[in-house]
Write a protein that binds this ligand. Structure first.
Ligand code: ADP
Ligand code: ADP
Length: 224
C-alpha cells in the first residue's frame, strides 16, 4: 500500500491559491518526481506532505495516520525520526566539519558522538565524499557539499526523503552524479523519495512523474 497519501489538498496564501485540490501518493521505496512550472504549487505540496505547512483543507495520511490531526510535537517527531530533507542551498552548518554535519541528525536523536560519526562516515563513503569528512562546508565544491547534504538526509534511514530541487545549484554533470547516488541509496534502503524538480533530466531518475499545474497534481503514470 501507499506510505504517504494526500487527498484534495487546498492551500491559499492571502488571495494566492497555491494548491487547488491536489492529490498525491507514494509507495515505500518509490522515487516520484514532482514537476511543473515555477509557482505551480510544487513546494507547497512538498511542505504539506512533510507536515511543515498545514493545508486549508484536505488530508495527508502517513502510514495510515492523519498528519493534520497530530500534535505539533508528534509531527516534529515524525520529521526528525522518519523523514529526511534535502534542499537546493544553504543546508550545511558552516562551523561544523562535513562529518559533523552528517552526524548531526543522529546526535539530535541522542546518539553518542563516536557512533554517530562512524555511521556518518559510512554514508559519506556511499556518496563518495569520505575524503572531505574533516573539511568545513566552505572548503568543498558545490557538488561535494550537495553529496554531503544527501548523506546527512539519509543518515537516519528515513522512510521518506523530501528533496526540493536537490541539484538546482549544480552543473549537469555534478547534478547527474548526485541523482545517481541519491536514487541508488534510496532504493537500497527502501526510502521513498518525493523529488521536486523542474528539470526533465533530473526527473528521469524517478519511477513516476506527477505534474503540478495551477495547484492541481496530475499523475503521469503510463505517459512515459
Ligand atoms: P513552486 O514550488 O511550484 O514554485 P510554490 O508552491 O512555491 O510553487 O508556490 C505556489 C504559489 O503560492 C505561488 O504563487 C507562490 O508565490 C505562492 N506562495 C508559496 N509560498 C508562499 C508563502 N509562504 N506566502 C505567500 N505566497 C506563497
Ligand atoms: P521554489 O519553490 O522555486 O524552490 P521558493 O519556495 O523559495 O522557491 O518560492 C516559491 C515561490 O513562493 C516564489 O514565487 C516566492 O516568491 C514565493 N514565496 C515563498 N515564500 C514566500 C513568502 N514568505 N511570502 C511570499 N511569497 C513567498
Amino acid at each position: 500500500g501507499s506510505l504517504l497519501i494526500a487527498t484534495s489538498l487546498n492551500k491559499t496564501y492571502g488571495h494566492t491559491p497555491a494548491l487547488d485540490g491536489a492529490d498525491f501518493s507514494i509507495h515505500p521505496g518509490e522515487v516520484v518526481a514532482v514537476m511543473g512550472p515555477s509557482g505551480s504549487g510544487k513546494s507547497t505540496l512538498l511542505h504539506c506532505l512533510a507536515g511543515i505547512v498545514r493545508p486549508d483543507s484536505g488530508t495527508v495520511q502517513y502510514n495510515g495516520r492523519e498528519l493534520t490531526a497530530m500534535s505539533d510535537s508528534e509531527r516534529s517527531g515524525l520529521r526528525r525520526g522518519e523523514f529526511g530533507f534535502v534542499f537546493q542551498f544553504g543546508q550545511l552548518v558552516p562551523e561544523l566539519s562535513c562529518v559533523e554535519n552528517v552526524a548531526l541528525p543522529l546526535r539530535l536523536n541522542g546518539a553518542k558522538r563516536k557512533e554517530a560519526e562512524a555511521r556518518a562516515e559510512s554514508w559519506m563513503e556511499r556518496l563518495e565524499v569520505a575524503d572531505v569528512a574533516h573539511k568545513r562546508p566552505g572548503e568543498v565544491s558545490g557538488g561535494q557539499g550537495q553529496r554531503v547534504a544527501v548523506a546527512r538526509s539519509l543518515v537516519t534511514s528515513p522512510r521518506v526523503l523530501f528533496a526540493d530541487e536537490p541539484t538546482g545549484a549544480l552543473d549537469s554533470l555534478n547534478g547527474e552524479r548526485v541523482m545517481e547516488l541519491l536514487t541508488e541509496a534510496a532504493r537500497e534502503s527502501r526510502t521513498a523519495v518525493v523529488l521536486v524538480t523542474h528539470e526533465a533530466r533530473v526527473a528521469a531518475y524517478s519511477d513516476r512523474e506527477v505534474v503540478v499545474r495551477d495547484g492541481k497534481a496530475r499523475d503521469m503514470a503510463g505517459v512515459r
